[in-house]
Design a protein around this ligand. Structure first.
Ligand code: ADP
Ligand code: MG
Length: 596
């Protein structure tokens, strides 16, 4: 075939493919247009997963009659006029491609009326060709109906999935925008049934409850952090992140917006996951809804036709800002699990009857839950401030000290050679001696590693150990890290190694046995949440070194353990993310004894 320029309709269909992949892409573009138009209510109707119909209606500014046909021309936009504008786009749209693309691959009807006009304009296009244009009656705003998507592109049509799958994608899009814009009332109607809606109250809690359920929303902690580094851009991270009681099997409930544009970014996802390091059970992932606010010149939204991915000028700063904001919020709110219901290790007293956990959204309602953005400028979640009247009434009472600390405790005794019984300002605590010691050792080791000063005990006689091939492979690969945490090991040929020193914290342990135990743990992959191998090794060493269940402790030893636990930064969980303590509050005790 000789080289020739493609016919315009062929070119248009190809170009459309970049923007419109499936019905959900149509919904995304039309919802973005409605938001850009200043809508206070956006209604999305779909039939057959959007394959037969996607209709988006808004009460926004509308399109003036004279401009209606132009809106469907490629690169026609009212949002941008120069290349310079591109560096500081504040609207969701700007490429002027969506309407043209959608129209090219569907049968589309638009009815639009600016409030100042008395009649609306109605236009119909099929396969991008205008088939009618005229006046119509309609309320102010815009309604766009997209029928039979890809009716003229069989190759694409073939790839559309089952109705339920496509509807699921649409649900995701609508609910995400509902989170970013809690002051807009969103409705999703699926085959004539309302399947999702938000109140548009402007209160993010309402939107979170609509998207995730009330139960989940109550377990979210406010995140609000601003960074203005000298050597990087100002970044504000605001939104909500799950309490450590809340986790999921996958990462799909970690949701990001950049300047309220929904984006997908694997690195940022990872920043959130890492912020929960040692806080969540193995293989579980947090829930988070975060808006990153930064100067528009710091982010290029024009790297992808669907604008779903963006490029940051300083990705590392953004990564760190997100990680720090989430980590701080989680550490500050990390609660002592109550014995009431949700807590792992719960004793099941009054299951489901416990008050919302401290630091969660439920406990702090009514305190300025507006939308995510710069307006929320607190460093501590509101529920943890001692002056918060709502929290004071809850079962848990924050001690008037720093919220990251555990309350002062008086050791009462030990039970089952495993748990320390202690009294705190509000009731009874049971501390898992092994988990608590793991936390203490882990933080101690981290501090020593940071200074490259991990104490080691030299063995008088080097010990030879022959390792299983799998274990030998771990040693060979991770020798540096084993050295960093205090081992002195060298290869002695094949799978045999010579141990000359072990971490001091391992005490009187049999060196060969200690090394093998640690390698067994490592090979098990029992700590998949640890982001890097050296974390895994550090956690494993601490686990091996810590006091076990079954060990009788003297009152002095228990007191010392509690005192050291108090000094850690995250006293309420062990490095694996399990709780170090459970709490039975004074009011729960009173209830148990029918004193109230
Ligand atoms: P973009 O959003 O990138 O500007 P689109 O193709 O999505 O490009 O839309 C083209 C233009 O049509 C927009 O710039 C806007 O002026 C107008 N428009 C589209 N949808 C709406 C709407 N719901 N309300 C008002 N104007 C709209
Ligand atoms: Mg647009």
């Amino acid at each position: 075939m000789s080289i020739h320029v493609l016919a315009p309709d062929v070119a248009a269909k190809i170009a459309a493919g970049e923007v419109v992949e499936r019905p959900a892409s149509v919904v995304k573009e039309l919802v973005e247009n409605a938001i850009d138009a200043g809508a206070t209510a956006v209604r999305v109707e779909i039939a057959e997963g959007g394959k037969r119909l996607v209709r988006v209606m808004d009460d926004g500014g509308g399109i003036p009659a004279a401009e209606v046909p132009l809106a469907f021309a490629r690169h026609a936009t009212s949002k941008l006029s120069s290349v310079e504008d591109l560096s500081h786009v504040t609207t969701l749209g700007f490429r002027g491609e969506a309407l043209a693309s959608i129209a090219a691959v569907s049968q589309l009807t638009l009815v639009s009326r600016p409030a100042a006009q008395t009649t609306a304009t109605r236009i119909r296009l099929e396969g991008g060709q205008q088939v009618s244009l005229g006046a119509a009656g309609s309320a102010a705003g815009t309604s766009i109906s997209v029928e039979n998507l890809f009716y003229n592109v069989p190759a694409r049509l073939k790839f559309l999935k089952a109705t339920a799958t496509e509807a699921g994608h649409i649900h995701r899009i609508v609910s995400h925008y509902a989170l970013a814009y809690p002051h807009i009332r969103f409705t999703l109607q699926t085959d004539n049934r309302t399947t999702f809606h938000t109140s548009g109250s402007g209160d993010l809690f309402d939107a979170l409850a609509a998207v995730f359920s009330l139960e989940t929303a109550r377990q979210l902690i406010e995140v609000s952090n601003q960074e203005t580094p000298v050597d990087g851009p100002a970044v504000a991270v605001a939104g909500f992140t799950g309490a450590t009681s809340l986790h999921r099997g996958g990462r799909d409930q970690i949701i990001f917006f950049v300047n309220k544009r929904w984006i997908q970014d694997r690195a940022l996802n990872q920043a959130v996951v890492q912020a929960y390091h040692t806080f969540l059970p193995v293989g579980r992932f947090p829930v988070a809804v975060l808006n990153i606010e930064l100067d528009p010149t710091e982010v290029d939204v024009n790297v992808h036709p669907t604008k779903a991915e963006v490029k940051f000028q300083s990705p590392r700063f953004i990564f760190k800002a997100v990680q720090k904001a989430v980590r701080e919020a989680v550490v500050a709110a990390s609660p002592v699990p109550g014995m009431g219901g949700h807590a792992p290790g719960s004793f099941g007293l009054h299951a489901g009857d416990s008050a919302p956990w401290p630091g969660t959204l439920g406990a702090s309602r009514g305190h300025n839950f507006n939308q995510m953005g710069f307006e929320a400028q607190r460093t501590l979640p509101v529920a943890n401030r001692p002056d918060n009247p709502d929290t004071a009434a809850e079962v848990w009472q924050m001690p008037p000290t720093e919220p990251t600390k555990m309350p002062p405790m008086r050791v009462v005794g030990q039970i089952q050679q495993m748990y320390i019984v202690a009294e705190g300002p509000d009731g009874l605590y049971l501390i898992d001696q092994h988990a608590a010691h793991e936390r203490i050792l882990y933080e101690k080791l981290a501090a020593q590693r940071a200074k490259a000063d991990v104490p080691q005990q030299r063995l008088l006689e080097p010990v030879l150990v022959e390792l299983a091939p799998g274990h030998a492979a771990i040693v060979a690969a991770e020798l540096d890290i084993l050295t960093e945490v205090g081992f002195d090991i060298e290869s002695f040929g094949g799978a045999t190694y010579r141990i000359r020193g072990i971490p001091e914290m391992l005490g009187q342990a049999d060196p060969a046995q200690a090394l093998v135990d640690i390698l067994v743990e490592m090979a098990d992959g029992a700590i998949p949440l640890a982001k890097e191998t050296h974390e895994k090794i550090a956690i494993t060493v601490c686990k091996r070194a810590s006091i076990k269940g079954g060990q009788v402790l003297s009152p002095e030893e228990m007191k010392e353990l509690v005192r050291q636990l108090e000094r850690t930064t995250a006293p309420r969980t062990c490095p694996h993310g399990r709780p170090t303590m459970v709490h039975l509050s004074a009011s729960q005790l009173a209830r148990e004894f029918c004193r109230v």
